[in-house]
Design a protein around this ligand. Structure first.
Ligand code: SAM
Length: 211
């Protein structure tokens, strides 16, 4: 097995991800370059648990949605740690009812707003704030995470999910370093990775237990 194939298997990298290089050209957005958090304006204690900005491959969400068979038109989409907002635009393209991104770094939240304006989708909104404080909607939704933060914040997210009374939700988690939190949630059942995104750093999906 070649080294590059081994790397793909570990990271869940889909070769179609090469298309993400051109992705920004579609709407004139700026989502591609990685940004370290030091030097950014972050007015939250959770700063020390945050991971740097790095964009997901657009195919990660489309493939995960196809894998579950869920109907985006019946679900809201929430990206905790949305960075520059790429996955919100991908979700809007897929037809999600509404798309909310939460981002704690002021500069990234501002870029996300500019990108969303450039793409022209009215169904997307950006919350500039801490993901650990986000109150989920009491309506069906998909929670998207790309290794955004460490355990203390993920535990707050879990506690906020546990407050829900009616809403059913899927979790799509790329590079799921805190996956045990979702494995242990009684409301969820682990579905696995979409075929093109296997690997410990790949995309992993949980569905509502009843679905
Ligand atoms: C790996 S990037 C993922 C970006 C985007 N979700 C995507 O998939 O393209 C993680 C993002 O989470 C943000 N982040 C980290 N901790 C956060 C927190 N507590 N609240 C909100 N955003 C946070 C970072 O600033 C960064 O933009």
């Amino acid at each position: 097995m070649s080294l590059s194939r081994m790397w793909d298997l570990l990271t869940g990298r889909d070769r179609r991800a090469a298309s993400s290089i051109d992705w920004d050209a579609r709407y004139g957005t700026d989502t591609r370059s990685t940004v370290e958090l030091h030097g950014l304006t972050i007015a939250h204690d959770s700063r020390r648990f945050g991971e740097r900005y790095q964009a997901s491959d657009p195919s990660a969400l489309a493939d995960a949605v196809a894998f579950t068979g869920l109907d985006p038109r019946l679900h809201r989409f929430v990206d905790l740690g949305c960075g520059k907002g790429r996955m919100l635009i991908v979700a809007a393209e897929l037809g999600f009812k509404s798309c909310v991104g939460v981002e704690f770094a002021g500069e990234l939240a501002a870029t996300a707003k500019a990108n969303v304006a450039a793409a022209g989708f009215k169904t997307i909104s950006i919350v500039h704030g801490d993901a650990g404080a986000y109150a989920f909607p009491e309506q069906p939704f998909v929670l998207y995470l790309f290794n955004p933060f460490g355990k203390p914040i993920m535990e707050r997210v879990r506690d906020n999910l546990a407050k829900l009374r009616r809403a059913e939700y899927y979790v799509i988690y790329k590079n799921p370093r805190e996956r045990r939190i979702f494995d242990e949630m009684p409301t969820l059942r682990y579905l696995g990775p979409p075929p093109a995104h296997k690997g410990v750093w790949g995309v992993h999906v949980w569905a509502p237990r009843g679905a």
